[in-house]
Design a binder for this molecule. Structure first.
Ligand code: FAD
Length: 317
């Protein structure tokens, strides 16, 4: 079922989770171990992230280097199939521009359609580790908007090959990303919102936000979106803080602020368990306020920390 239909039919705020494929070498059981406790909360759907391959240099016996492509977290499509089959819950794969040309993207979309996936979250992806700015593959999509248009084309039966102009039509519901604290490359929020609006006008049906730790940032963002004419559901993305190290890693990686009250409380903690407790409580309070404000879905980034999310959501529902 499409995410947008889950939202339309819901009588209350829904819950969704986001997981990462495990590092190469692990089994699908690591996904089930991660998700099993969270299934108690009957998530409407589960997102599975996509990760681009990276170029790494391997030293050869003669001292020269070979450039090889490594994807450390493969398996997004397979995990979606496994989740839908094992839990009977909808899976939402992320689809990224980075590391894929349009033909590979089309093949991935065909795979997703064949396994019964109804949704995709369409994203650009970040720059590769060895690049300072994002560069698409040769023959790939540069912006999420371009990728979105490719999915819309397939939904209209238009494939890349010239001779398939009226092929089978897919019917993907498309979500896109939004940034309450603006995307770090955008010169200002208004410009960022103009690009977001272009994605909505081209067929995006809902937005999922980057994580934020101050709900006011989400409320302001929703207001700014509405004023800009973006009228689709805006799903808040939430992540718990579980270590002191994250106080610097999260702002650096995701370009978001951590409120002073929260960071001060974490700095006072003596043990990791104390940090987890403070992080759980903050997540719970954020969730309660957002639910009371009637958000369509609470979307939790589990990122290897299902226990903390379990403890917060358990007190919420
Ligand atoms: P875009 O919408 O393409 O925007 C990128 C930047 O370009 C922005 O600054 C925007 O303002 C600007 N821009 C947009 N369109 C245009 C245009 N036409 N011309 C000029 N400028 C433009 N990354 C992964 O690799 N895998 C994942 O699974 C993943 N999941 C994510 C899930 C969520 C909910 C979020 C919020 C992010 C996720 N990311 C993921 C990270 C995401 O890929 C990065 O934040 C990326 O830098 C931007 O992606 P986007 O889709 O917002 O890009």
């Amino acid at each position: 079922m499409k995410v947008i239909d889950h939202i339309k039919q819901a009588k209350d705020t829904l819950i969704s989770f986001e997981i990462l494929p495990p590092l190469k070498g692990k089994t699908i059981n690591s996904i089930y171990d991660h998700l099993d406790p969270l299934m108690e909360f009957k998530p409407a759907y589960i997102n599975v992230t996509y990760h681009r391959s990276e170029h790494v240099f391997k030293k050869k016996a003669d001292g020269t280097f070979d450039k090889v492509e490594v994807r450390k977290r493969p398996g997004t499509v397979g995990i979606c199939a496994a989740i839908m089959n094992y839990y009977k819950v909808d899976a939402v794969p992320h689809l990224i521009c980075g590391g894929f040309n349009k033909r590979e993207t089309e093949d991935a979309l065909i795979d997703l359609n064949f396994i019964g996936v109804d949704n995709v979250l369409v994203l650009r992806g970040d720059a590769a580790k060895n690049e300072t700015t994002f560069e698409p593959e040769i023959g790939g999509n540069r912006y999420a908007l371009d990728l979105l248009k490719q999915v819309i084309n397939l939904n209209n039966g238009i494939y890349l090959e010239e001779d398939i102009r009226d092929g089978f039509r897919t019917n993907f519901c498309i979500g896109v990303a939004g940034y309450p604290e603006k995307h770090f490359e955008a010169p200002n929020l208004q410009t960022d919102l103009a690009y977001l609006k272009a994605k909505v006008e081209s067929g995006a049906e809902y937005v999922v936000t980057q994580m934020f730790f101050d709900n006011q940032k989400y409320f302001n963002f929703v207001k700014a979106c509405r004023e800009a004419g973006i009228d689709i559901p805006i799903i808040p993305g939430l992540k718990p803080i579980t270590s002191k190290k994250q106080l610097s890693v999260i702002p650096r990686t995701f370009h978001v602020d951590i409120p002073t009250d929260f960071s001060n409380e974490i700095m006072k903690c003596k043990t990791d368990t104390d940090v987890e407790q403070v992080g759980t409580e903050w997540l719970l309070q954020q969730s309660k306020e957002l639910k009371a404000a009637g958000v369509p879905v609470l979307h939790y980034y589990t990122l290897g920390k299902p226990k903390v999310i379990y403890n917060a959501v358990k007190k919420l529902v």
